[in-house]
Ligand binder design. Structure first.
Ligand code: SF4
Length: 578
């Protein structure tokens, strides 16, 4: 999985720069491995070993690029066709997007496409169209698979991506490409109507369970499939705790027993209780998110949760190349035709809020990000995706045979296209919606499931079984100046924390000095050479504590979105990184 992510990122970086040279691939390998250092650490994998493994795949990537990335297909660039048809040859001649995230309310699907590419496809003689032409330029999804074996789910995923892309690009996407790195094989996955229909029926079947939340689909009871399933822990835990299932009903006897025999009635009650609460909360937030496609922008704007009919201000587009993901692009928007009394300052959308950018034609979530600045006449966002020139058709575009769009471009500062540019010019109207569900419940629900897994023994005993935490007889030695300024309760709280073997809770009414006590606990822990993770429900609470320590010598690494962190702690705390 980790290596899969690294190789995906490597291919995407090389595609984006159109540079598969050894030097460039090495440069990105080093960078990407550092980005994945935590995952490698968990795998106990040394950087050198990881580097050597990734480097062993570089010749494969280069060979693939030599064959398939070109302005015209060459004879070697054949792709396998599953229907047993003669193989076409192709050339990928343009990159349209990387990790394109598409939400399609039309099909009830969403996905992230490894690469959206433009490809010239030359069919063998038998596949020629009635006009006799054998060459087409098509816009297609390209998926990289780092495993060796072809799998049905890869084909299903690629096929569903053709639906997503059809919805996003307003064209018929007739197929996708699957690239298997290990075998260096390219496969064409045609979008076959009947198969897509079956997949959508399956999707609707699963969605009906998620929506009702009353039950889950029956387990497959297939020992072979279940023992290899990536979701088996979650599936087994839910079967046992939500459905009162057992080894017999699971159909995978020993494996099920092995993963769930530690779970008892108390765990069941705890799990059901929190799962119900999460579902209730989820229902409310999902309802709000649905407004993105079920309400027009004027309707939602009237409720203060949206700005509609906006245009990008071209002079204020900026791309931060060093920022690979969120916040990469900065855009300012104005109302296309602002009413006389309009002000961006009068809504429920504030600086630092998470937002979703869509267009007024129903293309949802073209980018997500945060509000950076708001003035009366303009709103500036930092977002993760390119909005300018995206999905812009070129003049010789043809829906059937010449699906040509503008390619990816990453200028430091965007220059307006000259009037003579070969594009169909059209002003795109955008809408900005407050993202009511940016964090989602999936992570929280997954944490709940992981708490019930075999591996989480100690945490489960402390949190679910309420095992009494242990304390040392005396607190570990620590250094604190100005202890004299603390009252007895605060000193006792610090000593309790410094004696904890498991955890300690400090409770206090508002104004009793909890923030001060916490800042001293952090100082005491740092004096022992420890790193401290400070976390809270709100950014403000974290920053209030940090401000209490602004004169300390130790460094602070503030995690979180820059636009969420007020300027005061950023300026006051040194050294400080955000
Ligand atoms: S473990 Fe569960 S989710 Fe995975 S294949 Fe079996 S039944 Fe399906």
């Amino acid at each position: 999985m980790v290596y899969g992510n690294v190789l995906h990122a490597l291919l995407q970086a090389a595609l984006e720069q159109h540079d598969f040279s050894t030097q460039n691939l090495r440069f990105h390998t080093d960078r990407i491995l550092i980005d994945n250092i935590e995952s490698l650490y968990f795998l106990r994998e040394e950087l050198n070993t990881a580097g050597a493994y990734v480097e062993s795949k570089v010749p494969l990537l280069q060979e693939w690029a030599n064959i398939f990335i070109s302005s015209k297909p060459n004879a070697k660039a054949t792709v396998k066709d599953h229907r047993g048809k003669e193989s076409p040859i192709i050339a990928i001649n343009k990159l349209l997007d990387i990790e394109e995230r598409i939400w399609s309310p039309l099909y009830g699907l969403k996905g992230n496409i490894d690469a959206t590419v433009q490809a010239i496809v030359i069919e063998p003689k038998a596949g020629r169209s009635s006009s006799g032409s054998s060459e087409k330029t098509l816009t297609v999804p390209l998926e990289l698979k780092t495993g060796r074996s072809e799998a049905m789910e890869h084909r299903a995923q690629t096929m569903l991506y053709t639906l997503l892309m059809s919805d996003r690009y307003d064209i018929n996407v007739s197929g996708g490409l699957l690239y298997y790195l290990e075998t260096n094989e390219m496969i064409r996955v045609p979008a076959i109507r009947n198969e897509l229909r079956e997949l959508i029926i399956k999707r609707n079947h699963v969605a009906s369970f998620i929506l009702s939340r009353e039950s889950l689909p029956h387990m497959l009871q297939d020992p072979h499939a279940c023992s290899r399933c990536y979701a088996k822990i979650s599936c087994f835990v839910c079967h046992k705790l939500l459905e009162d299932g057992d080894a017999n009903s699971s159909g995978v006897h020993e494996t099920f027993q092995d993963e769930t025999s530690h779970l008892n009635e108390k765990h069941k009650a705890f799990f059901k209780h929190w799962d119900t609460l999460l579902s209730k909360e989820e229902k409310d937030t999902v309802k709000l998110r649905r407004e993105l496609w079920s309400m027009t922008s004027p309707e939602r704007e009237a409720a203060g949760r949206c700005f509609g009919k906006l245009v990008i201000v071209p002079e204020f587009i900026a791309v931060d190349q060093s920022n690979p993901k969120i916040n990469r692009y900065t855009y300012s928007f104005r109302k296309a035709a602002p009413p006389a009394d309009f002000s961006f300052l009068e809504s429920q959308i504030n600086e630092g809020d998470p937002v979703v950018v869509s267009d007024e034609k129903g293309h949802i979530a073209l980018a997500i990000g945060y509000v950076f600045q708001i003035s009366k006449t303009e709103i500036t966002l930092q977002v993760d995706r390119r909005l300018h020139n995206a999905r812009r058709r070129q003049k010789d575009f043809d829906e059937e045979s010449h699906q040509v769009f503008d390619g990816i471009e990453l200028p430091a500062t965007y220059q307006c296209e000259p009037h003579s540019s070969p594009h169909v010019t059209e002003t795109i109207l955008f809408r900005i919606d407050r993202d009511e569900f940016s964090n989602g419940m999936a992570k929280i629900r997954n944490n709940l499931i992981q708490l019930m897994s075999k591996e989480a023994g100690k945490h489960r005993r402390l949190i679910v079984d309420l095992e009494t935490p242990e304390f040392k007889e005396h607190p570990a030695a620590y250094q604190l100046d100005c202890v004299s300024t603390l009252n007895e309760d605060q000193k006792r709280a610090i000593n309790t924390v410094m004696s904890a073997r498991d955890y300690a809770l400090v409770l206090g009414m508002p104004g009793t000095g909890k923030t001060t006590t916490l800042s001293h606990i952090i100082r005491a822990l740092v004096s022992q050479g420890k790193s401290v993770l400070l976390t809270s429900y709100t950014h403000t609470a974290v920053d209030n504590i940090l401000l209490k320590m602004k004169d300390e010598k130790f460094g602070v690494l503030r995690l979180g979105n820059r636009s969420k962190v007020p300027l005061t702690p950023r300026k006051s705390i040194r050294p400080y990184r955000c």
